[in-house]
Design a protein around this ligand. Structure first.
Ligand code: GTP
Length: 224
C-alpha cells in the first residue's frame, strides 16, 4: 500500500559520538530505548509519518556517526537537509564544547536556513550533569537554535524535539520564509511529487517513442 503525506522533510541527527543520536532515533521510531547501541558506522536511516498542525509530514531521518573517522562520509549526507537535531550529552562537557563545529558544518553543508533544535540528551543523568540547562539555553539563543533537554532512555521530550523542528519548518513554509520548491530545500510537497511523477511518465513516453529525454523537472533532495 502506498504512503500518502503532504510533505516530506529531510532531517539529520548530528553531534559527538556517544551522545545518544541512534537511541533518540530509535525511541522516536519504535517508542522504546535501544539497548546495547553500538557506534554508528557512516549513516543509518529511519522514517516516520507524523501529524503536524493538520498536515501529514514524512520525516526522513539520517542518523550520522559522531566518530571523527566517519566525518567525511557523514558530511556528504548533509546536503539539502531541512531540519536537524544537534545532540550533546548533558553529562559530558566535551560533547557540549564540540557543538560549534557541528553547527558550522550543518549551516555550511546542509543549508544556511536549516532549522536546528539543540538536544541536551541523557536528561535522566542529572546527578552526573556537567552542562547546566541555563548555559545551554543561552548558547541556543545566541546561535538561533531551539532547545530541549531529552532522554532517549525515558523518552522524555524525544517526540517533542522532532515535532518542534517539523512544526517550525511548516510555519516557515506558511509564512513564505521557506520555499519547498527551491532545489535542495530538503522539503518535498505533494505538488512536487506529482511533478516528479509527471516527469517519469513523460520520460517513459519519450523513451518509448525513441526520443531524447530532457527533464526540466528534476528535484534532488539527498545523494543516494
Ligand atoms: N542514561 C542514558 N543513556 C543513554 C541515553 N541515550 C543513549 N544512551 C547511551 O549512550 C550510549 C551511546 O548511545 P548511541 O545512541 O549509540 O550514541 P550515538 O550518538 O549514536 O553514537 P555514535 O553512533 O558513535 O555517534 C549507549 O550506551 C546508550 O545506551 C539517554 O538518554 N540516557
Amino acid at each position: 500500500m502506498s504512503e500518502t503525506y503532504d510533505f516530506l522533510f529531510k532531517f539529520l541527527v548530528i553531534g559527538s559520538a556517544g551522545t545518544g543520536k541512534s537511541c533518540l532515533l530509535h525511541q522516536f521510531i519504535e517508542s522504546k530505548f535501544k539497548q546495547d547501541s553500538n557506534h554508528t558506522i557512516g549513516v543509518e536511516f529511519g522514517s516516520r509519518i507524523v501529524n503536524v498542525g493538520g498536515k501529514s509530514v514524512k520525516l526522513q531521518i539520517w542518523d550520522t556517526a559522531g566518530q571523527e573517522r566517519f566525518r567525511s562520509v557523514t558530511r556528504s549526507y548533509y546536503r539539502g537537509a531541512a531540519g536537524a537535531l544537534l545532540v550533546y550529552d548533558i553529562a559530558s562537557r566535551e560533547t557540549y564544547n564540540a557543538l560549534t563545529n557541528w553547527l558550522t558544518d550543518a549551516r555550511t553543508l546542509a543549508s544556511p536556513n536549516i532549522i536546528i533544535i539543540l538536544c541536551g540528551n541523557k536528561k535522566d543523568l542529572d546527578a552526573d550533569r556537567e552542562v547546566t540547562f541555563l548555559e545551554a539555553s543561552r548558547f541556543a539563543q545566541e546561535n538561533d537554535l531551539m532547545f530541549l533537554e531529552t532522554s532517549a532512555l525515558t523518552g522524555e521530550n524525544v517526540e517533542e524535539a522532532f515535532l518542534k523542528c517539523a512544526r517550525t519548518i511548516l510555519n516557515k513554509i506558511d509564512t513564505g520564509e521557506l520555499d519547498p520548491e527551491r532545489m535542495g530545500s530538503g522539503i518535498h510537497n505533494v505538488a512536487v511529487n506529482n511533478k516528479e511523477l509527471l516527469t517519469d511518465i513523460l520520460s517513459s513516453v519519450y523513451i518509448h517513442l525513441g526520443l531524447t529525454v530532457r527533464s526540466p523537472l528534476t528535484y534532488c533532495t539527498h545523494p543516494e
